[in-house]
Every structure is written in C-alpha cells, then in structure tokens.
Design a protein around this ligand. Sequence first.
Ligand SMILES: *[C@@H]1O[C@H](CO)[C@@H](O)[C@H](O)[C@H]1NC(C)=O
Ligand SMILES: *[C@@H]1O[C@H](CO)[C@@H](O)[C@H](O)[C@H]1NC(C)=O
Ligand SMILES: *[C@@H]1O[C@H](CO)[C@@H](O)[C@H](O)[C@H]1NC(C)=O
Ligand SMILES: *[C@@H]1O[C@H](CO)[C@@H](O)[C@H](O)[C@H]1NC(C)=O
Ligand SMILES: *[C@@H]1O[C@H](CO)[C@@H](O)[C@H](O)[C@H]1NC(C)=O
Ligand SMILES: *[C@@H]1O[C@H](CO)[C@@H](O)[C@H](O)[C@H]1NC(C)=O
Ligand SMILES: *[C@@H]1O[C@H](CO)[C@@H](O)[C@H](O)[C@H]1NC(C)=O
Ligand SMILES: *[C@@H]1O[C@H](CO)[C@@H](O)[C@H](O)[C@H]1NC(C)=O
Ligand SMILES: [Cu+2]
Length: 400
Amino acid sequence: MHTTWVALQVTLLQSLLINGRGQFNCSMAAAHTPGATQCAAAMNRQCAPVVLPVQPNKTYRLRVASTTSLASLNLVIGNHKLTVVEADGNYVDPFAVDDMDIYSGDSYSVLLTTDQNPSSNYWVTVGVRGRLPKTSPALAVLNYRPNAASKLPSLSPPVTPAWNDFEHSKAFTYRIRALAGTPSPPATADRRIELLNTQNRMDGRIMWSINNVSMVLPATPYLGSMKLGLLNNSTLAATRPAETFSRGYDVRQPPANPNTTAGANVYVLAHNATVDVVLQNANALAANVSEVHPWHLHGHDFWVLGYGDGAYVGDDADVARLNLRDPPLRNTAVIFPYGWTALRFVADNPGVWAFHCHIEPHLHMGMGVVFAEAVERVGKVPKEAVSCGATAALMNGAHL
Ligand SMILES: *[C@@H]1O[C@H](CO)[C@@H](O)[C@H](O)[C@H]1NC(C)=O
Ligand SMILES: *[C@@H]1O[C@H](CO)[C@@H](O)[C@H](O)[C@H]1NC(C)=O
Ligand SMILES: *[C@@H]1O[C@H](CO)[C@@H](O)[C@H](O)[C@H]1NC(C)=O
Ligand SMILES: *[C@@H]1O[C@H](CO)[C@@H](O)[C@H](O)[C@H]1NC(C)=O
Ligand SMILES: *[C@@H]1O[C@H](CO)[C@@H](O)[C@H](O)[C@H]1NC(C)=O
Ligand SMILES: *[C@@H]1O[C@H](CO)[C@@H](O)[C@H](O)[C@H]1NC(C)=O
Ligand SMILES: *[C@@H]1O[C@H](CO)[C@@H](O)[C@H](O)[C@H]1NC(C)=O
Ligand SMILES: *[C@@H]1O[C@H](CO)[C@@H](O)[C@H](O)[C@H]1NC(C)=O
Ligand SMILES: [Cu+2]
C-alpha cells in the first residue's frame, strides 16, 4: 500500500488548490479543448496541475484533508471508485463511492485501486459544494506511470455534483459508520445541550448566533481567566446562551427579530459527564437560505449519533433516529440546511475547548461556543497564555 497526501485549500474567491496548485488566471481550464494545452503540457509552469504518480494494478491510500476557509468540497477521480476507510483519524466501515464530500476541517483516508486502462492518465476534480461556486474546479492529474505526467487525460475532467444537491451530500454522510471494534458511546447522557444556529444582526453587522448569543472572544484568554478565578461558572452564566431553544422556533423562516447579543459562550461541564449536543440549523437572514456548517470540536472526538431534517423536537421519532450501534467517532460534523445533527462525547479531557463552525468567517462572526472541563485539573498554564488582557495584571508573582 502506498500513501499519497492530498491537501485541499481555497484561496478566498480566486482559486481552489490541490497541494498548493490551482487554476487561477491559468489557461488550463481551456486546455480540455484541443489546441489550448500549453498550461497542462508545460508541467513546470506555476499553474500546471499537481501530479499524483501511480503504478497500475496497485492500491493507494489517499489522505485527504480540507483546510478551506469557506468552501465545502467534493472530490472525484475520473473512472475510479474511492473506498472510504477512515474519517478524522478513526477507521470507518469501508464503503465505495464515485465521489465524496469534504467539509472544512474534515480529513479522510480513501483507497484507490489503479485498475483502469494504464495507457491513460486521469483527471482528479475538486469542486465546490453547498454554495454557488465562484471558482473553477481544482484539477490534478492521476498519472499512471510510465506515461508522461504531461500526457493529457483522454477523458474530460469528471464533474462534481451540483453545489445544491444536498440529498447527494446526505447520502454520502449517512453512510459513514464506525468500523467494528470502535469504542461505543455510553448508552445515556448526563446532560443535553441544544444549540440553535441562526444568522443575525448586531450594530448593523451580520453575525451568527448560538441560541441567540454570538460568540465574541474576551480580551483575556479563557483558560488563564478561569484558573485565576476571574471567570467561573457563575460569572460566565451572565453571557452564556441558554441550554436549549424554543420548541416553537420556525427553522424555515428568517429570524422574526434578527437582533442578537454577544457573549463568551462558555458551558462549564462536570468532569467525566457524558454530554449530548444537538446542533440545529435554521433559515439565514435571507428567505429560503440555509447553509451547511461543519462544526469542529477541539480536545475530543465525539460520536455522531444522527441527523434529521427540520426542527429537532426530541420526541420518540427523533430519538429513534439516533444510532448507538455503530456511530462514527469524529471531531467534525456537518449540519445540513434546515436540519439537525446529534453528537455525544465524554468530558474527560480537562481544559477549555472551542467548538465552532469550521468556516472561518462564520467563526469570526460568532458561530461557536466553548466547553470548559475540570479546569482545576489542568496543570501549569504557560505564562504566554496569561500575558494579555486582565490576567496580565495579575501575573506578577502569580503561580498557576
Ligand atoms: C493574468 O495573466 C495575465 C497574462 O499572463 C497577466 O497579464 C495578468 O496580470 C494576470 N492577472 C492576475 C490577476 O494575476
Ligand atoms: C493488471 O492486472 C490484470 C489482471 O490481473 C492483468 O491482466 C494486467 O496485465 C495487469 N496490468 C499491469 C500493467 O500489470
Ligand atoms: C434591532 O436593533 C437596532 C439597533 O441595532 C434597533 O434600531 C432596532 O429597533 C432593533 N429591532 C428590533 C426589532 O428590536
Ligand atoms: C466567581 O467569581 C466571582 C467574581 O470573581 C466571585 O465573586 C464568586 O465568588 C465566584 N464564585 C465562585 C463559586 O467561586
Ligand atoms: C433574540 O433576541 C431578541 C432580543 O434581543 C429577541 O427579540 C428574539 O426573539 C430572540 N430570538 C430568539 C431566536 O430567541
Ligand atoms: C454551571 O452552571 C450551570 C447553570 O448555569 C449548571 O447547569 C452547570 O451544571 C454548572 N457546571 C458545573 C460544572 O457546576
Ligand atoms: C473519570 O473517568 C476516568 C476514566 O474512566 C476515571 O479514571 C476517573 O477516575 C474519573 N474521574 C472522576 C472524578 O470521576
Ligand atoms: C421561498 O420558497 C417558497 C417555497 O418554495 C416560495 O413560495 C417563496 O416564494 C420563496 N421565497 C423567496 C423570497 O424566494
Ligand atoms: Cu458556518
């Protein structure tokens, strides 16, 4: 088995990149029509596609990671199936697909068997999902050796699914199940935190809010503040979003009153508590718009227990959707438009952990919360982590 790394990046609005190469201002897009092949053919050119060299009749492990700031992606390799075997560092029950979605923060391993006509090279296409693409797809060349890398594939680049084919995305995501032998989740949770994701306004700016509170990072870092007693469960309660949202909230409509407030958004969790998180998506400010959001948790993997369309009510039907048998262990999970996603984790890692939408502008617009776990069990806090904000003043002589 051979391993190849595929890092997917997006430079905002200009180009999708695979391992650092894209098509921005490049004639490669035109290269698929005969007579305009100079860019792909001149492999030393900056805009030439990245080459993934392979031998025929072998199986390769592609490690794929998305570090996009905005876009959700789809990966497809002309004429080849991909077998998904790992997600976010945990093995999954293998399944074969023609194309796969990759959200910002996701990582996967897929197996690729080079069982196609070895006299040809093949295009690898990465296209945008979840929002109207404003960039060309990224292309790479799957180069069957000993063909020249510059030999243009005989087939056109494969086309990724339509950006708004969410049923296709759901079908892919729902197939991700834990490999047998993966640790199982505890059968019940000690606490359930339900997080309604809405788009709002504050002082004329567009924000994202969680249960109507937009996360604004305090000037003093959380961990030092909590270790030094400047912040505790009581003081944090003042700006903490509620632990649930109104069952009457209409997730299909823009917020009736878009105004929101800011907070530090810290939930203090008891050490070792089993915590369920339900992420609820909703309509954004504009009518008939609900985006995908890949939520990412620091410090933990969680079990992805299930997904649903529409508003989560927590009734028997919603509970029946939860998968306690083979839920995948991950650290990133998507919420689909107008839908919900249920997660479970054990708060057994002392620290202060961010849980946020991995779409970078959304995070900076407030789409996140913080889980504080057994901060008293955290050992030494590095000086650098308390050298700013209100803790800096306390630092002289302080021993953490
Ligand atoms: C695009 O390429 C053309 C020709 O090579 C060059 O003149 C132009 O400055 C480039 N544009 C950008 C935005 O880089
Ligand atoms: C690949 O395997 C097939 C089936 O085993 C065989 O017919 C073919 O010759 C092999 N091709 C190469 C390039 O080794
Ligand atoms: C929302 O807040 C703005 C000030 O930012 C205020 O002018 C407006 O009346 C508020 N709207 C509602 C519906 O409360
Ligand atoms: C929390 O912090 C506030 C302000 O520093 C302090 O007055 C209060 O006693 C603290 N509460 C607990 C339970 O430590
Ligand atoms: C958010 O807060 C505003 C007041 O600032 C309120 O009018 C509105 O109903 C709240 N929205 C939700 C979803 O709770
Ligand atoms: C923190 O306070 C909230 C109520 O505001 C409570 O639900 C939670 O259990 C408390 N956490 C701890 C660790 O005491
Ligand atoms: C937390 O869980 C770990 C692992 O099960 C266990 O070793 C530890 O004793 C527990 N701590 C508390 C305070 O329950
Ligand atoms: C939103 O979608 C509904 C149902 O498809 C349609 O009736 C309505 O006109 C749409 N509204 C806008 C503003 O596009
Ligand atoms: Cu988001």
